[in-house]
Design a protein around this ligand. Structure first.
Ligand code: DON
Length: 585
């Protein structure tokens, strides 16, 4: 038994792995139902812990907590909070997220929904301009674009309900890094330049990002003392440390100062929701994924169950891409029409995720011709600003965390609440603020995703697990509407036997019904495949800029190896693995 080092070495990540440490030695001899040794041998517990996240400091923070005796859920608190400090472009205490958990002791899978909620003042009319059009500045910049944050409540919930360590320990790395600072990396600096005009509208953002007189520059140390204090209050007081008292007062004052409106009760009353994940089978894998208010799990079930009708490995590139795109198209149409917050809307989830429904969708796919998605005229401009972040964890007990967290677009609303270090999200743009008008990701919605007080906006975030008799993988990604298709391609790649690093690196394609186009990264489709797809009636946008930032870990139960994959599109991501020392081949 050994820890797979090949792909990490290829990425130059080997040197950054933590010192190897002892780990739980489970009974690695599985038994069959009659008590005789199962054949072949599969391990009962992973040989250590593995974490993949989008920044080296957040992976290190998680490994530090594992080394202190924390489990995957404690490590998730450390990784999540550290990402909130080192990746303000992507996620933070002012945003929200989804945490898919597997609790090894009970065998239970649970989805912790820490999605932002709509403030009561944010009615659909509040987002329309004088001509009745969507006011795009309001929907993505400043106080109106922000929902009531959910991430701090998730950290408290994970620690209290699932962790083994107090928040004072699991938040310690984030507090330290916020106080002492960390070196600015390229994406942070270039992202600031892209959002600069908006961010410098707000006093709190100027005080934080222009503290030394100019914007963050690559290599200089970025410190966030107010955020360190906010995290300390969360560690000391739990939920109340953020949602009541000093921090809450400052958030309310900041929103009011910039012309928005939040009520104290909306903060004090914020709660995470535990929901049952979406689960289904695909070619021998049990897939566990995100339920509404994510659209990811429903779409994933539709796509994979449609694709189960073909042996993708037997198809040529043109026909393989054709059927994948056609399945994606149909799932994204259903996302647009039916999905929203389950606490507010009735949704035909059972039907949409049924095998019969998939069979019906499959029957409508012409083997040689694209089905036009002809409702929306014109092509939408490709998205420029996109962020969000995902991390994946497996620990030595077999606990798992798949978490995607976000402030929505790059640097969220651009607005920091003075004195808190908290950058507010711009998640309100994920609602269908004006029915049928595409949002920043080009996806639309209707009544099911209209804003209402306290409602959660529909998301594409799709933290997932897949599990077969001999392998477990945890995966997820950012990328707005392109999240679902990234995770889907990741699952297909795992099914084809790829390593986690190959899964993370794989060139991507995407179809979201509207615009009616197959988007493809450079290298995803060769010229002949593009010509073949065009001959079937597809519009192909080949060679688009790259997207996504997939982070994945897997445990191979047969040879008891842990392996991780971090997206090479993001040079600062990192995989950490512990426990190899106790597992000599
Ligand atoms: O919840 C969602 O679907 C979006 N707010 C996620 C935003 C995102 O992934 C940004 N892009 N990388």
């Amino acid at each position: 038994m050994r820890v797979m080092l090949r792909t990490l070495a290829t990425l130059g990540l080997l040197a950054s792995m933590l010192p190897l440490q002892a780990c739980a030695q489970g009974d690695s001899q599985a038994r069959s139902a009659d008590g005789s040794p199962a054949s072949p041998r599969v391990a009962a517990h992973p040989p250590g812990a593995a974490i993949a996240s989008a920044h080296g400091l957040s992976t290190d923070a998680g490994m530090e907590i594992i080394a202190q005796g924390g489990n995957a859920f404690d490590a998730a608190v450390a990784v999540s909070s550290t990402l909130s400090v080192v990746e303000p472009i992507s996620s933070g205490l002012g945003g929200g997220g989804f945490f898919l958990l597997h609790d090894a002791r009970s065998g239970r899978d649970v989805f912790v929904d820490a999605r932002e909620t709509a403030p009561a003042a944010a009615t659909p009319e509040a987002f329309l301009d004088a001509n009745g059009e969507l006011d795009r500045d309001r929907s993505v910049n400043g106080p109106w674009s922000a929902g009531i944050p959910g991430l701090p409540a998730a950290l408290v919930h994970l620690a209290e309900q699932y962790g083994q360590l107090p928040l004072s320990k699991s938040l310690a790395p984030a507090i330290r890094i916020a106080r002492d600072g960390f070196p600015v990396y390229e994406r942070l600096a270039s992202g600031y330049e892209r959002r600069r005009e908006v961010m410098e509208r707000y006093r709190g953002s100027r005080e934080l990002f222009l503290a030394d007189g100019d914007p963050p520059k690559e290599g200089e140390v970025f410190r966030q003392p107010d955020l360190a204090r906010t995290l300390e209050l969360l560690a000391e007081k739990g939920h109340d440390g953020f949602y009541r008292g000093d921090v809450a007062g400052k958030l309310l004052a900041a929103v009011a100062e910039e012309g928005g409106q939040w009520e104290a009760g909306e903060l004090a009353g914020y709660q995470v929701k535990e929901r049952a994940p979406i689960q289904f089978d695909y070619r021998g894998w049990k897939v566990t994924t995100a339920p509404p208010p994510s659209s990811g799990g429903v779409a994933m079930a539709e796509i994979l169950q449609v694709l189960e009708g073909w042996d993708l490995g037997e198809l040529d590139a043109v026909h393989r891409t054709h059927v994948i795109a056609e399945a994606m198209r149909r799932a994204y149409r259903d996302r647009t029409l039916y999905l929203g917050d389950p606490d507010f809307v009735e949704m035909p989830i059972a039907r949409l995720t049924s095998l019969d429904y998939a069979a019906g969708l499959r029957a409508g796919i012409h083997p040689e011709k694209a089905t036009p998605s002809d409702l929306l005229p014109g092509q939408l401009a490709p998205l420029e600003d996109e962020e969000t972040t995902h991390f994946s964890i497996i620990d030595a007990q077999g606990n798992r965390v798949s978490a995607t967290q976000t402030v929505n677009l790059l640097y969220g609303s651009g607005m920091v609440a003075p004195g808190t270090g908290v950058l507010l999200n711009n998640e309100m743009d994920d609602f269908a603020l004006r029915p049928g008008t595409p949002n920043a990701f080009g996806v639309m919605g209707y009544d099911a995703n209209a804003p209402e007080p306290g409602k959660r906006m529909l998301s594409s975030m799709t933290p997932s697990f897949i599990e077969s008799d001999d392998r477990v993988a945890v995966l997820g990604a950012p990328g707005g509407s392109r999240i679902i298709t990234q995770v889907l391609l990741g699952i297909l790649a795992y099914d084809e036997g790829m390593s986690p690093q190959e899964v993370a690196a794989l060139p991507r394609i995407h179809h979201q019904w509207m615009p009616d186009t197959i988007a493809a990264e450079p290298g995803a489709l060769d010229a002949a495949t593009v010509r073949g797809l065009e001959a079937m009636g597809h519009t192909v946008s080949a060679g688009e800029r790259q997207w996504g930032n997939l982070q994945t870990v897997s445990w191979d139960k047969r040879n008891d190896t842990l392996e991780g994959g971090t997206d090479p599109r993001n040079p600062v991501g990192k995989v950490g693995i512990s426990g190899a020392a106790s597992k000599v081949p």
